[in-house]
Unconditional design. Structure first.
Length: 624
């Protein structure tokens, strides 16, 4: 049986989901033929395949995959029919008590405990049904394909541990993952993309290229940027800073923590407590509670209610920027005010959801908040969208879609008046139309304080990543009582725009590592040129060239090892250096350089100055 969904939702499955759902049953049938003692819980289709949770004495490992797949192939060749059967609650319980549900035959004294529990969870009056293929029958709402022969394009992927219904107290299960497609070509394409993903995995490349490190002693989800990775980050920050200067932004800096009252006003505390680090109590409060032998519950309750003062590792930069805006008096003539910061924020992510640089607990946003009049909103949003588009175009990320996230009028999770929401959504819709790209509207995906536009980038192997975002907010300025003096000499509430073209520098850099497979373009590469003297005779000239390039702001090193030049070239290629400058005695005498560009087999002989001028031009233009 798959996870609980309504029958209507079940029958809205796509053809591919039906194939995957059915293949899960084929896999269960094969496992039971090999290990008849297995007891199955449930097995739904998921985004890229399917899984089944089950309990049995034998621990499956990848060494078992071939054996299971061979049995699955037999079952598909048997062309078993998937047959639907409606049964009563009593019939279902009798089958579960006998071990027949989720099994191949009756097993006296070995009831299907998972099936008995699932039957009890089905509401009274709801139809209970089974599906049978060959000798295997399972509690299931369907739907399935007609015959097992439709399930022949599959591959087992991995095995892990799980808990029944996510409850550790109910014992550990095994979870076997697989994938399936409607045809062989689609399966092979998927498997090829997975292989390509392994080659490009930023965690492996980050380690091999010395870009970043994650250390248990520091903490999971907290990135240590190594010198080379820091150079990539600095290049990205310099790039966006130049664009911000052109658009009239002012850079600010804010602390990493703030008082709880600040986040009570913004609405982040306590409503988003589950995604935040715990509040930090003041030392005086801790000492007082310790003297009173108070419990942790007393402290947490006091922090939540405001009885005790506390601080929070900031989950957002916006409240701090709001306070900077509020620290001065503003006329409508001063607006818009655009405040930008590379601000580090902290979110509590479950350890199982962390992943290299792309899912972390501490990350830096290229964050900015714009405070403007209602009449300026549309133009300011357009400027924000143009900036995101410039970032993506510069980095060759041209395959993206735009998602306009709106409120769900029937939900009570949003703050502010419907009138302000209508205005904010209209402004974003106008701006995204101006951008000239296809977009989708998604109800219920807005932030609690305002609608937003997200840029979803498709990488070189077809995966989607949500990166840049722009949000219009009529509500936080009201909550913080912000104002400016209008042309009528009366106070008015400004509109606030949140925007972050990169989103998170950690996630963006992780994506770039995979996008370029570690082969950064020259302007972004941590080492832009490696100078390779053929022998010690040309080492002085190599050092002089390095000094000249460094004076021009070009990141370069000299390979001073005793290796032959062929080995030096191989090492530079392995480290994905974009440009190699080979200096032999002939080049020194003629004032030339043998330039080896990454990806090119043959060197290009260039006059020394032309080599330097070409490099400077490539970097200045941020060429790919």
């Amino acid at each position: 049986m798959s996870d609980r969904k309504t029958l209507e939702e079940r029958h809205q499955m796509t053809d591919l989901e039906r194939v995957r759902h059915s293949t899960a049953h084929v896999m269960a049938t094969a496992i039971l033929r090999i290990w008849p003692d297995a007891q199955f819980a449930y097995g739904p289709p998921i985004e890229n395949g399917f899984y089944y949770d089950f309990e049995m004495e034998h621990r499956i490992t990848p060494d078992d995959f071939e054996k299971i797949e061979l049995e699955m192939k037999k079952i598909t060749k048997e062309n078993q029919k998937f047959e639907y059967k409606a049964i009563s609650r009593d019939e279902a319980k009798a089958m579960a008590e006998s071990g027949r549900l989720g099994g191949l035959s009756e097993r006296p004294g070995n009831p299907s405990r998972f099936k008995l529990d699932l039957i009890d969870k089905i509401p009274e009056g709801e139809q209970i049904s089974c599906f049978q293929n060959g000798e295997f029958i399972d509690l299931c709402a369907g739907p399935h394909v007609g015959y097992t022969s439709k399930c022949k394009n599959f591959k087992l992927m991995s095995v892990s541990s799980s808990f029944y219904m996510g409850d550790e107290s109910k014992g550990q299960l095994q979870r076997l993952y697989g994938t399936a497609f409607e045809n062989k070509d689609a399966l092979e394409d998927h498997l090829n993309r997975l292989e390509e993903a392994k080659k490009r995995d930023h965690r492996r490349l980050g380690r091999e290229l010395g870009l970043f490190h994650i250390d248990e002693a520091v903490g999971q989800g907290l990135i240590l940027w190594k010198p080379k990775g820091a150079l990539v980050r600095r290049a990205l920050q310099e790039f966006i800073t130049q664009e911000l200067d052109k658009q009239g932004y002012s850079q600010v800096f804010t602390p990493h923590i703030g008082k709880l009252d600040l986040y009570r006003t913004s609405g982040h505390f306590p409503y988003y407590q589950e995604s935040q680090y715990p509040a930090i109590a003041e030392r005086d409060t801790l000492e007082k509670l310790a003297d009173e032998d108070a419990t942790c519950a007393t402290l947490l309750n006091g922090l939540e209610t405001g009885t005790y003062e506390g601080y929070l590792l900031k989950p957002m930069n916006c409240p701090h920027h709001i306070k900077i805006f509020a620290s001065d008096h503003h006329s409508y003539r001063d607006l818009p005010v655009r405040l930008a910061e590379f601000g580090t924020v902290y979110r509590w992510e479950q350890s199982g959801e962390l992943g290299g640089m792309t899912r972390v607990r501490g990350f830096t946003q290229d964050d900015a908040h714009l405070f403007c009049t209602p009449d300026q909103v549309a133009e300011e949003v357009k400027g924000c969208l143009d900036l995101v588009k410039k970032v993506l175009t510069t980095l060759g990320m041209n395959d993206y879609r735009v998602r306009l996230s709106l409120r769900d009028p029937d939900s009570d999770k949003y703050v502010g008046s419907p009138e302000n929401w209508d205005k904010a959504e209209a402004a974003l819709r106008e701006a995204v139309i101006h951008l000239g790209v296809d977009y989708t509207e998604e109800l219920g995906e807005a932030a609690f304080y305002g609608p937003k536009i997200d840029f979803v980038v498709k990488d070189v192997i077809g995966r989607d990543w949500q990166l840049g975002t722009v949000q219009v907010d009529y509500n936080l300025p009201v909550r913080f009582k912000l104002s400016y003096v209008g042309a009528d000499n009366q106070p008015h509430v400004p509109v606030m725009i949140h925007r972050a073209p990169f989103g998170s520098l950690e996630r963006f850099t992780g994506l770039l590592i995979e996008h370029f497979e570690g082969k950064f373009p020259t302007w972004l590469a941590p080492e832009q040129v490696r100078i390779l003297p053929i022998s010690e005779k040309t080492l002085d000239e190599a050092n002089a060239l390095a000094a000249e390039l460094a004076d021009l702001g070009i990141r370069c090193t000299v390979d001073r090892s005793s290796d032959k030049v062929g080995a030096k070239i191989r090492n530079a290629r392995l480290e994905r250096i974009p440009n190699m400058a080979v200096l032999g005695q002939r080049e020194v005498e003629e004032g030339t350089i043998a330039v080896r560009v990454r990806g090119e087999e043959k060197p290009i002989i260039k006059p020394r100055q032309q080599f330097i001028d070409d490099l400077l031009k490539e970097i200045a233009e941020r060429s790919l």
